[in-house]
Design a protein around this ligand. Sequence first.
Ligand code: AHR
Length: 314
Amino acid sequence: MKTLMLGAAMAALSTGVSAQTIGFSQIGSESGWRAAETTVTRQEAEARGIDLRFSDAQQRQENQIAAIRSFVAQGVDAILLAPVVATGWDSVLEEAKEAEIPVVLLDRQVDSSEDLYLTAVGSDLVHEGAVAGQWLVDNKPEGACRVVELQGTTGSSPAIDRANGFRQAIEGTPDIEIVRSQTGDFTRSGGKEVMESFLQAEGGGDNICALYAHNDDMALGAIQAIKEAGIDPGDDILIVSIDAVPDIFKAMAEGDANATVELTPNMAGPAFDALAAYMADGTEPEKFIQTESALYTQDDDPMAQYEARKDLGY
Ligand code: AHR
């Protein structure tokens, strides 16, 4: 049965006679990075003649589970899943497996057994946090450095791993202390609101040396809050975050942000490549297809970086 299904999908891929159908359960549109991932996935699908069925979960896991069940009922050839949180996927992934529909995870991880999905495309999220932490170790001012942290969505793999990676990197530097940590849910408005509360709780910005935000959108919201409080972001408070969205490069060019770790929005390209090989002859991909995590600072011509990314759908 599996061979027959693979054969049919292979014929569709090689002849282009009938499009392959792939369901995509996306988390939502919480950040510029997420919007870009959606745009790039649509573009990659179109370029390959794939019929992409898109479902926006609006940040809710139950919506993603319903979408996967619907894709299974529709008999799609494969499913892309960007899982909002790490736990709670076993049953629905087992249903997809039972239906012999391969699932590819995009950008976030799940706690489920590896045999429930074909492969996962993403960055090393712990490493991203460690790169951000190391930047601070190398660039902090002399003496004690009190850090505030804006975490991503609670229970999501990037929030868990980016928090851990950062802590691993600063562990050997007792001068650096994380004094406040709260989720901003990966949104710009969440980042602004939580940063306002950090500033209030700290009696202003004098005692805060740096902000570590798990994504650029939260950093951008925080930068606004810091400016409104009459403090100079990028100088009085160092700003390090993750994603490399175009707006963070603008902020860097203006001296308001210091460093970001890039997360490519093109997870779909490697995912579709892995699916094509699997469907062609059953080639099993690596369980984890890793994307790059480059660090960018104010020294990396931020406006050129902005120009290079501004048309990617951020
Ligand atoms: O899972 C990746 C993260 O999700 C991105 O860093 C963040 O911007 C998005 O919301």
